[in-house]
Design a protein around this ligand. Sequence first.
Ligand code: GLN
Length: 453
Amino acid sequence: VSGEQALAQAREVDLKRARGETLGKLAGVPIGLKDALATRGVATTCGSKILTRNGKGWLPPFDATVVSRLKAAGAILPGKCNMDEFAMGSSTENSAFGPAKNPWDTTRTPGGSSGGSAVAVAAQMTPGSLGSDTGGSIRQPASFSNVVGVKPTYGRVSRYGLVAFASSLDQIGPFAVDVRSAARILEVIAGQDERDATSIDAPVGAYEAACERSVKGTRVGVPEEYFAAGLDPEIAASVRASIDALANAGCTIQPIKLPHTDYAVATYYVLATAEASSNLARFDGVRFGMRVESAGANLTTMYGDTREAGFGAEVKRRIMLGTYVLSAGYYDAYYLKALRVRTLIRRDFEEAFKQVDIIATPTSPVAPFRLGERTGDPLAMYLADIYTLPASLAGVPALSLPGAPTPASSGRPPLPVGVQLIAAPLDEERMFAVAAAVEAASPARALALPALA
Ligand code: GLN
């Protein structure tokens, strides 16, 4: 929590307002930040022990571009949000600082890896926050926590100052209490940046205004592969109800095929781990955070000891997997093959967007699971990412917004359900328009937050 900073920022907005100056788009609005974003002089740990020294987090000498843009828009930045270590995970249980809990049922996970950012919004700490999404880390926690979460087109938002996980996939995006608020935050943070060579030089859309647009005549595709075996029937029913609401709003609904969906999990976990193994080489005990120096150590043993003590189990697993798939003799069989399948997955979307304007799916095949339920089985954790990974691999924009919660009668408490909308590259305006139409018809707010009741 950066209380002093938040109060100073709030005072500045008050002064500006008193002087009658023009205020920014987020003047006075508190926004939480995933702790993967560099914040000048404010501890940044990425959920990892390796970015701490003597119990204190790394203090970046600069702000991430998104952080500078939020500040320039008058936002208040009250603190950093918990996350899976280096954004690797789907439950925020891989944080070195303990798990985040789902405010709708604190025995369950809020999702991950941006779990803290989702919880900040769900528990009404901040009306908006930022997360990062490499394979679903904004959309899945948004789904589990009953809030809106947006992964923009790859390159739409500058990643300068985001601690890199898998650079060909990473993208920053907003969480918010509703679609329009998420749209406004994206308007503030989006746009080209000379400090990120992958950022796209295209005008930023009028995302907030797009929320008022009519969706009549919009062609909505429903991929059969996303409603197949493994999908919780109550989630299927909820998502279908949201799709019906779109039909009522004048959209045409049509079945489509995304035939390579089944390969997304394997493809992603080869590519993401390969890139991570390279990106995480920089945490070596020299440049950032902690260093372990035992008696008689030399440079090589210092690297090894530091990484052994500083990284958690999941991060180590991924560095080993990624190093393996990149190693001589296996590169062609795994890494190169995965790159080729990624192209097929991207083509699935190109073909689909010749027939439809928007794709509607569940965000997650499963409801928020109990803390501890999947930590012993990494593969079970990975498989739950099946619906968010394809859009990441294709680089297309996607968001999750609350649908109707699961019914109370099912032997578990009513739990949040996320509806995922996927759009063609840079078609975020249309994505927001359709999301606003789903939201207008959704009874999601009927879910009572026990922690605040
Ligand atoms: N759950 C996925 C993983 O563990 C995605 C994480 C993310 O998007 N950062 O890699």
